[in-house]
Design a protein around this ligand. Structure first.
Ligand SMILES: Cc1cc2nc3c(=O)[nH]c(=O)nc-3n(C[C@H](O)[C@H](O)[C@H](O)COP(=O)(O)OP(=O)(O)OC[C@H]3O[C@@H](n4cnc5c(N)ncnc54)[C@H](O)[C@@H]3O)c2cc1C
Length: 364
């Protein structure tokens, strides 16, 4: 039986950021990842937006960790030359929404101010059109600190730091089950060697599978585990050059418009509840995008949209993303500690380094 001080389950952005932080603080840590590569689930199937942290509930994990994570992430990107760009976001009111639309934007601005974000500017439709000539809206909120990032380069940097600090990652190593015995958490892996390994600290950052991994540890004390709810989101990409150079998020329910670092314009994600992980792109999802996009970009032509990709959000409730918080559970069992991360949907990428610091502090 092998033994290690700390084990992190899952090598997505969250597991990697946590493992890096633990290793930098001098802890012995191994990450076990079920897949052959890091970050192949939510971490590489998202919008890659660094969110400003505008509309979360004050005092929530999402609000606090997004704000902290954003600062850490921009600093880290600069230090490590990780490709990223602070391109800013226009949160727009519908062109036909009149006073009501502008009032909605003012409410978002006030809420952001309560969260300490006082750099949002309300601008007129005319000013928004000066920034984005093809945009049609009834006014906008300009968020200058929103940005985009190369997530793969970010994960490479996290892995590099982890390994430099003597941490390790074992790929193709799914954690199958565990039990608490004699002051240790014993794990059984479904790898080719059927590895058995024990630790004192177990961090469950298994994303979509986090509720299953938590439930697979026998004889642990825990609060009621959350359900595993999966919300599938499809993206469409524009077949031609982007007319936009900023992120555009129409309020209250419009389709989000974002860019990658190569300038490719993408729309989405939409949302659909599913029962099992399934990354198939259903082409029937494309048609409804047209009407929603034309509400703010009338120049979209028939045939302009191509299938993009699909991501699945790790949900623990069917409520609105902004209102349902991340859940971080700490369970002590004798000399062992288990930390479970549930419902790490958006803004989990932005918050990842904040989550890393938080979990390392909870582990101490
Ligand atoms: C459609 C979509 C759009 C998003 N857009 C944004 C955005 O623009 N900005 C933002 O900040 N956030 C965004 N997010 C959220 C962000 O992508 C996630 O919060 C983040 O990637 C979660 O990282 P993670 O490491 O928790 O999960 P994951 O990346 O899913 O990693 C979990 C890992 O655990 C592994 N695993 C699972 N079970 C086991 C097991 N039994 N044993 C070992 N390993 C296991 C998996 O293989 C996986 O690699 C978006 C999410 C989605 C789905």
């Amino acid at each position: 039986m092998y033994e290690v001080e700390s084990i992190v389950v899952g090598a997505g952005v969250v597991g990697l950021a946590i493992a890096r932080e633990l290793a930098l603080r001098g802890r012995e840590v191994i990450v076990f990842e079920a897949e052959a590569h890091k970050g192949v689930h939510a971490s590489s199937r998202n919008t890659s937006v660094i969110h400003a942290g505008i509309s979360y509930v004050p005092g929530s994990h999402k609000s606090r960790l997004c704000a902290d994570g954003k600062k850490r992430l921009y600093r880290y990107c600069a230090e490590r030359n990780i490709p990223h760009r602070m391109i800013g976001k226009l949160i727009t009111a519908d062109v036909n929404s009149g006073e009501e639309g502008v009032d909605g934007l003012k409410k978002i601005q006030q809420r952001a101010a309560q969260l300490g974000l006082d750099d949002l500017h309300l601008i007129s439709a005319h000013e928004a059109q000066r920034m984005e000539p093809e945009l049609m809206c009834g006014g906008a909120l300009w968020s200058p600190t929103s940005g985009i990032i190369d997530v793969h380069a970010y994960m490479d940097a996290l892995e590099g730091d982890l390994r430099d600090a003597r941490g390790a990652i074992a790929f193709a190593s799914p954690v199958r089950s565990g039990k608490i015995e004699a002051g240790r958490i014993h794990l059984s892996l479904a790898d080719k060697d059927e590895t058995q390994i024990a630790c004192r600290l177990l961090v469950n950052a298994a994303g979509l599978n986090a509720p299953h991994v938590a439930a697979s540890i026998a004889n642990r004390a825990h609060d009621a585990l959350p359900p595993r709810l999966l919300s599938k989101g499809a993206y469409c990409v524009l077949r031609r050059a982007s007319p936009f150079s900023h992120l555009i998020y129409p309020e209250p329910h419009g389709v989000h418009c974002s860019l990658d670092l190569g300038g490719q314009l993408r729309f989405g994600p939409d949302s659909q509840w599913i029962d099992e992980i399934d990354y198939t792109f259903d082409e029937a999802r494309i048609a409804p995008f047209y009407e929603k996009i034309r509400a703010f970009w009338p120049n979209l032509r028939d045939g302009d949209l191509a299938p993009g990709w699909v991501g699945i959000r790790a949900k623990i409730s069917t409520g609105k993303t902004n209102e349902i918080d991340f859940r971080i559970d700490v369970t002590n069992s004798g000399a062992c500690r288990l930390i479970d991360l549930f419902g790490i949907d958006s803004p989990g990428l932005t918050a990842s380094m904040g989550i890393g610091a938080e979990v390392a502090a909870l582990a101490a």
